[in-house]
Design a protein around this ligand. Sequence first.
Ligand code: ZN
Length: 328
Amino acid sequence: MIHQARLAALAALALAGCNAAGASGTEQADAGVGVVPRAEQPAKCPSEGAALQVLGSGGPIAETDRAGTSYLLWVDGKPSLLIDAGAGSFLRFAQAGGKLAHLDAILLTHLHADHAGDLAGILNSGGFEGRTKPLPIIGPADAPRFPATSEFLDRLMSKENGAFAYNGGYLDGTENKFKLEPRDVEVRMEDFEPSPVLSATGYQVTAIPVDHGFAPALGYEIRLGEKSIVITGDQNAQSLVFLETLRGAKPAILFAHHVISEKEGQPRGLHRSPEEIGELAGALEPERMVLTHNMKRSLDDLDNGLAAVAKNYSGPVSVAQDLDCYAL
Ligand SMILES: [Zn+2]
């Protein structure tokens, strides 16, 4: 049974960001549904082991104190991988202690502004850090009305006609800029065979196609030894390749994009409803799940959303705020 009052209290606790003294770590929901209080999450990512920090926990609407979607993977205290760079993540990247000089690569789930809007600013900032080695940028290939990742960078920075042509040195490694190495990943639902798009020290990344309407889009699995982290990206419930590829994968943490509520009138063609997020979690069997890309409309109906998730997934659920760090 769901205890609504307790659920509401827990949700309020999580949303208030009560990660200071007084928010007991023993407050974890015992009713089988609810959110894990933020007290259980360290304020800073640990200097040993792996952790995924949520830089931006929001969506496309500037409506709260949440930046657009972005994550930073920490491996043994090193900021290793930036995943998405939504509007506002420029500031969160700096607040987290991110350095472009240390990154192995940048991953993009898709080329919507709430996922890639701050990329130009972050790259520009990184030009002042003295990085010399090339930086891979991995994202989707093209589709109608969406450039491929490589074309996106060309349109931003081409010396001929880029919007920021003065930064064209990032495309060819001249003018004291480090060279960007874009890689376009085909978003193919037929005959998909998972293979790593990145192999770095301590981890491997696989890109998996997801259905996000007209936008070619990817989710990511990051394998760190025996453990894994899965990021859904923006996806709807037709993302069967993603679901079947990862069915029973038992990731340590599933980061699920919580964009819509169960209410009528939500844009269901582009995103999983909370119940559909629960169905995905029920299939993947993560040890825990973090809801992020939190829109106000989904948070306003959080109690119903958590109850809908719990129909198919009974593990612990956290509601991310900007800069929350989740250690493996
Ligand atoms: Zn989005």
